[in-house]
Design a protein around this ligand. Sequence first.
Ligand SMILES: *Cc1c(COP(=O)(O)O)cnc(C)c1O
Length: 433
Amino acid sequence: MSGSDKAGRRERILRAAVQQGLLEPETAVLAGFVDLDGVRETVTSLHSAFPARLRVLHAFAAKANCLVPVLEELRLNGMGCEVASAGEFAQALEAGFEPAHIVFDSPAKTRAELARALSLGVAVNADSFQELARLDEILATRSSGSRIGVRINPQVGGGSISAMSTATATSKFGIPLEDEGNRRRLLQAYRDRPWLTWVHTHVGSQGCPLPLIARGIAKAVEFAEEVNAHLGRRQVTGIDIGGGLPVNFDSDETTPGFDTYVDHLREHAPALFSGAYEIVTEFGRSVLAKNGFTAAYVEYTKTVGGRPIAITHAGAQVATRTVFAPDAWPLRIEAHDPHGRAKHGRPVPQDIAGPCCFAGDLLARDRALPLLDVGDLVVVPDTGAYYFSTPFHYNSLPEPAVHGARVDADGRVTFRLLRPAQDAHPAPALAGR
Ligand SMILES: *Cc1c(COP(=O)(O)O)cnc(C)c1O
């Protein structure tokens, strides 16, 4: 779908949401929307980017959008699920994923969490030598159908957002491949554990250039080949290449696409395509970000020190990263009238503020937009991953409703509730006072 189609579809969904009362100036001042048709198209593009002859499981990184109906939708579109906490683990099971299609990654797995994953047959990637020792203890008492790997840190360096870079020399994730003695210790770990049959890496997320990600994955593939050569048998049968395809937050173009990502992999890690390995991927942001948007009413406007400010209902509680790290996480903002129609007035630089009680609660500063009025709607595109799905409970602001939208051939929009709004005003317990 082209960029202008995406903007048109967003406006259509917004107008239908106003008409159907899902956005309402008193009772529903903020909501998240997921374009479920868009999600299906994105997942299809992911599946078709990899050659059909390879065995690939695309495990969606649940932290990017952990709403159970969203996970369910992804399962129905043929994905697996990557989880990194007991909470995400429970959500993946609730969404109906088969244990064999769930991958458990976390640097802090407890003994109980590991034992549960192994008893269910969920795939596990060990993050450290200490975690491998815990797996030894569990597997000494029972067998398991889980496929088990080690997360290696290829130490290829970071991207433009250090908080998102997991393959730096000193990252907290995985076993650093280049640290003194580690390669030898790792080879021994595989020799001692015939059940260790996978290699995992996740080089980083937003801000990591594709060649960097591809180089990290290439090192994981080379390491798998080294293990098999060293042991004289094909013990490593699978490679989990992580996620991290960056998303373009500047426009409605989906660049880079999964096909470009695969082109880089072919160039840097051709052995991945030999057919000798099963593959797991763990994309999150690139599956959901561009298929979701946030909409909020403008409650007030003011001019301060000469600058117009629109006070909206969307702030740090739904756009936490953008508010606290605005340079790393800029978002587009669109101005719409109370019916949801795009406003086309002369652009005026203005601040778009949220409702939270701290001065930095701004979605955008000095942003040129048609002047916003009380009762207008602001739309924040590209927020389908890591935004409204992961709210921050500052000021006791309630979690907004999230609606899934589908647009039929006649342009009719139907909605499905993906998460109810949290009750903003729980009735005080007056009984007994
Ligand atoms: C966060 C994470 C992902 C997903 O990253 P995206 O940038 O959302 O694709 C995948 N794997 C692991 C281990 C992660 O921590």
